[in-house]
Write a protein that binds this ligand. Structure first.
Ligand code: 6PG
Length: 242
């Protein structure tokens, strides 16, 4: 089920994302022992992470992952892990074992992707061939329609037998969830703000377009798909629930 919500501005988008995530955490923890969320990188979600830091939540029951990561150390200014730690994770009392960063220290991105693939399988206790099911996967979208580190016309788009692979942004390696893992989620939530995202959104919501040119289009989870847009990005897309 797809839901598109166009909010008046970025702060309204962040407030709505916060409400939806907090509600899902509480409702999920009534049914299961812990809650799993994969974070998006980039700049859009930072105020959301800062808002989450001021919530009173059962941090010991929440497990944090990332949908993609730049291939840099965790304390590098470009690190998605570093941004989330500074904005949220280091500001509250998460048990260390609840934070599962993508490894980026072996100098071999493929090896680190395989390592994280195994870490995910172990954590979720899935058998070979089974896919872990995240409660929420947060995603952003670039001006070019990429999401996570699934960039247009790259090999990462074709990987269907692994959970994690090596993405490629202008020759720079990144680690990224693959489509099968993303599409297994109970809920995928896109956070997209700014007029510069409008052209890619038009292609993604067009009746047909080349998914290899606009990778976010191929995110079609078995669970809920929520697009939270600000007016600047989504003015031409009405609120629609398919
Ligand atoms: C990253 C992200 C990437 C991001 C988009 C949007 O590692 O940069 O995972 O997919 O979400 O590029 O970035 P902004 O939120 O900065 O526009």
């Amino acid at each position: 089920m797809t839901k598109v919500q166009v909010l008046s501005d970025k702060s309204a988008l962040i407030a709505q994302a916060l409400d939806l995530i907090v509600e899902k955490i509480h409702s999920t923890l009534k049914q299961q022992e812990y809650f799993t969320i994969a974070l998006a990188g980039g700049s859009t979600p930072k105020p959301l992470y800062e808002s989450l830091a001021s919530q009173s939540l059962p941090w010991e029951k929440i497990h944090i992952f990332w949908g993609d990561e730049r291939y840099v150390p965790g304390d590098h200014p470009d690190s998605n892990q570093g941004m989330a730690r500074q904005a949220w994770l280091d500001q509250v009392s998460f048990p260390k074992e609840n934070i599962h960063p993508m490894p980026t220290s072996s100098n071999d991105p493929s090896l680190d992707a395989q390592t994280h693939d195994q870490e995910l399988k172990q954590f979720f206790g899935v058998k070979e061939g089974e896919l872990p099911t995240f409660d929420i996967i947060l995603l952003g979208m670039g001006d070019d329609g990429h999401t996570a580190s699934l960039f247009p016309k790259t090999e990462a788009l074709t990987i269907s037998d692994r959970l994690v692979t090596v993405g490629n942004k202008d020759g720079q390696p990144r680690l990224t969830f693959t489509y099968p893992l993303i599409n297994q989620a109970r809920c995928v939530m896109f956070l997209v703000a700014g007029e510069n995202k409008r052209p890619a959104l038009a292609e993604i919501f067009a009746p047909d377009a080349d998914e290899t040119l606009y990778p976010a289009r191929a995110v079609q989870p078995q669970g809920e798909l929520i697009w939270l847009l600000d007016e600047a990005a989504g003015a031409e897309l009405k609120t629609a629930t398919e």
